[in-house]
Design a binder for this molecule. Structure first.
Ligand SMILES: [Mg+2]
Length: 465
């Protein structure tokens, strides 16, 4: 499906020119002749991209951009500011207003389509991230805070490949105040060695290396696992269109025309690094979700991994809201005997039925997870130690009072559990809470099993179970 582009300019001839160019490439174009008209159109039929003139009477492009970026409904729509060539400072100002990219008039076709393509890709990524956000809220995907973090490029790693000492000096001085970590390479071999050792957020590549064809080097970067998705920014002379077209086809993300303008360099570098951050966040979320099958296949309870992820957030929330919270560790008494005497199938049956009884005796908001082989945890939010002890006792009774059904003879088996309980203390890490409950469990086991023990500081020298 072709992308929907909204062109905003106060001069009709400018609109017509851009519209013709875009429609020729099968983009779906709508137009607006003022900032307020643009805002109306966007609120009714959000486009995939906005091309926004800066200089307009009444409401200028910066103001339109700020309004779009301030509203959660429209903040993810990429905005390209269109500035006059002479207004170099507008570019950085545009980025500060939240613009995603900019173009200078007169608009070069290669620049137009390179940037639109790249923004359509970015929009796809952001949409995907938001979707993950909704489905995997608890897994730490991109909320507003992390989005802001992604937009901050300080500390990002940049590799500059250039064998012209004067140009190199100029680049370094342009990047001086950006808080980027910059490495420099003077030839392709050195550049490859750097990229083999370090993961960069951006590679800036000169198109005029004496020792190698820059396209050769870019194709190398695109073929390597480590640099496959690293943004490549090409420095190129004004009229070298042939090389530019080839480079864009090959997967260069963007380019800067030499001689270099400071604002342009900072803006292009910022845009590319921000995009890399989005991409990384998306990949991380994907991986998290793939590897995080959240339930234990046998018992249907949450698994250890989910517990580990979730308990951190529960603890933070309890601490922030100053609420009590408790953790119970549950261990089946003499479980090894079951497997040895009645076989693994019987052992599995006991764990399955035990999980069910446990679930029936806690609230739906409590978290029950299988922690290890025959060990379980229950996390009780907004529950103090006394109430947690009552829950532990109830669960213990539910296990003791009814035999388990097993496939092996004699078909029934009585089992008991031991439990250790610990209440949240300020400053607790999950491991602190688990460790104290484990000591209480150790005490329960040492004192005859089939009982629940609440941790107190008397138990602090006990080993963990
Ligand atoms: Mg104008």
């Amino acid at each position: 499906m072709s992308a929907h582009v909204l062109v905003v300019d106060d001069l009709l001839p400018n609109i017509r020119l851009l519209q013709a160019k875009l429609e020729k490439e099968y983009y779906n174009v709508s137009t607006a002749e003022s900032g307020s008209e643009a805002l109306d159109i966007i609120s009714m039929d959000p486009p995939d991209i906005v091309l926004l003139d800066v200089m307009m009477p009444e409401m200028d492009g910066f103001e339109v951009c700020r309004r779009l970026k301030a509203s959660p409904k429209t903040s993810d729509i990429p905005v390209v500011m269109v500035t006059a060539l002479s207004d170099v400072e507008d570019r950085v100002q545009g980025l500060n207003a939240g613009a995603d990219d900019f173009l200078t008039k007169p608009i070069n076709d290669h620049a137009l389509f390179a940037r639109i393509r790249s923004l359509v890709r970015l929009k796809g990524m952001v949409d995907e991230l938001k979707l993950r956000d909704q489905t995997g809220e608890q897994l730490g995907a991109a909320d507003e805070e992390s989005r802001e973090k992604m937009n901050n490029i300080a500390g990002s790693k940049v590799l500059v490949i250039n064998d012209d000492p004067a140009e190199m000096d100029q680049i370094l001085s342009h990047l001086e105040d950006t808080e980027l970590e910059v490495d420099t390479a003077e030839d392709p071999a050195e550049a490859v060695a750097f990229t083999n050792a370090t993961e960069y957020d951006l590679i800036m590549l000169s198109s005029q290396l004496r020792s190698d064809d820059p396209l050769h080097l870019s194709s190398h970067f695109r073929s390597q696992e480590r640099t496959k998705y690293t943004p490549l920014l090409l420095l190129i002379e004004e009229d070298n269109t042939d090389l530019l077209v080839k480079a864009l086809d090959m997967g260069i993300n963007d380019y800067i025309v030499t001689p270099l303008d400071r604002n342009e360099v900072i803006a292009r570098v910022t845009i590319q690094i921000r995009r890399k951050r989005y991409q990384d966040a998306l990949k991380a979320t994907q991986q998290q979700q793939l590897s995080l099958a959240i339930t234990d296949g046998m018992t249907g309870l949450y698994n250890r991994r989910y517990f580990d992820t979730h308990v951190v957030k529960m603890l933070q929330k309890a601490e922030r809201e100053e609420r009590p919270m408790a953790l119970i560790v549950v261990d089946v008494d003499h479980f090894k005997n079951v497997n040895d005497t009645y076989g693994h199938q019987s052992g599995d049956q006991i764990l399955i039925q035990l999980a069910k009884r446990m679930m029936n005796n806690v609230r739906p908001t409590d978290l029950c997870a299988r922690y290890g082989g025959e060990e379980f945890v229950i996390v009780l939010y907004d529950t103090d130690e006394e109430a947690a002890m009552a829950v532990a006792e109830r669960v213990r009774e539910a296990i003791e009072e009814e035999s388990f059904t097993i496939p092996a003879d004699p078909g029934k088996l009585d089992k008991t559990i031991s439990l250790g309980i610990s209440g949240r203390r300020d400053g607790d890490q999950p491991s602190d809470l688990v460790e104290r409950a484990d000591k209480a469990l150790y005490y329960a086991k040492e004192h005859g099993r089939n009982q629940a023990t609440l941790y107190t500081d008397k138990l602090k020298d006990l080993p963990t179970e």
